[in-house]
Design a protein. Sequence first.
Length: 408
Amino acid sequence: MTNLDPYKTRADFPILHQDINGKPLVYFDNGASSQKPKVVIDAVSNYYSKSHANVHRGVHTLSQEATNMYEDARRKLKTFVNARFEEEIVFTSGTTQSINLLAFSIGEKYIQKGDEILITEMEHHSNIVPWQMLCERKGATLKVAPIFDNGELNVDAFKQLLSYKTKLAAFIHVSNTLGTVNPVKELINACNANGTKVFIDGAQSAPHLKIDVQDLNCDFYAFSGHKLCGPTGIGIIYGRKDLLEEMPPYQGGGEMIKTVTFEKTTYNELPHKFEAGTPNIAGVIGLGVAIDYINNLGLLNIEKYENELLQYATKQLIENIPEIKIYGNAKHKASLISFLIGNHHPYDVGALLDQMGIAVRTGHHCTEPLMSRYGIPGTIRASFSFYNTKEEIDKMISGLQKALNILS
Ligand code: PMP
């Protein structure tokens, strides 16, 4: 048992207290995006009502206030991931932009014809396509480490794929489709020993696990605010300072420059070199408040409680839905379950659950190669957050039983 009371926490989330299709909302699509506590909604609203001005530009009071709030949030993010320096935190629009930034800037600096980039079979499209684009641009090759049927990474195969050609390895901390928590420290150690730079896609880990980039000893780590109770359109990439300093900027424009002439431009210091143009100031401030909110609950409490939900839901599904097949049975899993029931199409099951107010995700979850690996078009995915309850899981089980009666 944990000391996290979901009924108390739920009171902080206005959206959860409504009927959808005439039934109380059961929100199990947290892997796609989490809901927002009132403190975050208020922070964004208050910023626009009272403190809005552009950042880093004005001497006037409002601009300074907005800049202080913006940089204050960066300090919170630095502590959240335990970075060494504030300037190692670069704000982006989310994980996708973080990876595109990295693929461009690391690609320009370190990747040449004949080099290899290593990913895994369980990556999200965001951690596949930018690397493919980079490989095409530079004449490099993308290598893919396989997984086992139970959804765990074949770590030996991953290590065997590391060679003198492997300039970068990019892999998820937690799989959004299988729930697998990868042994990232072991993988990072292998990469470091091989002189391979490492990027970790933390989109699904940041909301559930304590992250310590110094302890992990990775070079880059990214996540999105909207999966972490923060606003949409904001996220970060953490990068080791010496590497960020060496890498060229991703986008050109205001704010990222030191001096501009028509002949030559010099670039601003970190992190501004990577933050061209007017940033998502409200998003950054909202994310800072979301981090406070999560810290207040405690990530260890969150992890413990969500694991209880995962164990309970897995047991209930297996015991009550005989035709169920769960995809992703790794020993170490985060709080989501991907499944199919008999030959029923995931969309049919998902649409019927929606009629009962139960929101789950259906489809390939932006992991088409992974779906091909299992020979299926998609799955139904229920992903849990700390504000979900066992009572809601029971509702999903009886909803699935009703759906199956209708479909058969
Ligand atoms: N990687 C993983 C593992 C994800 O789950 C997601 C979001 N589904 C992303 C990357 C992309 O995140 P965003 O859409 O917030 O940029």
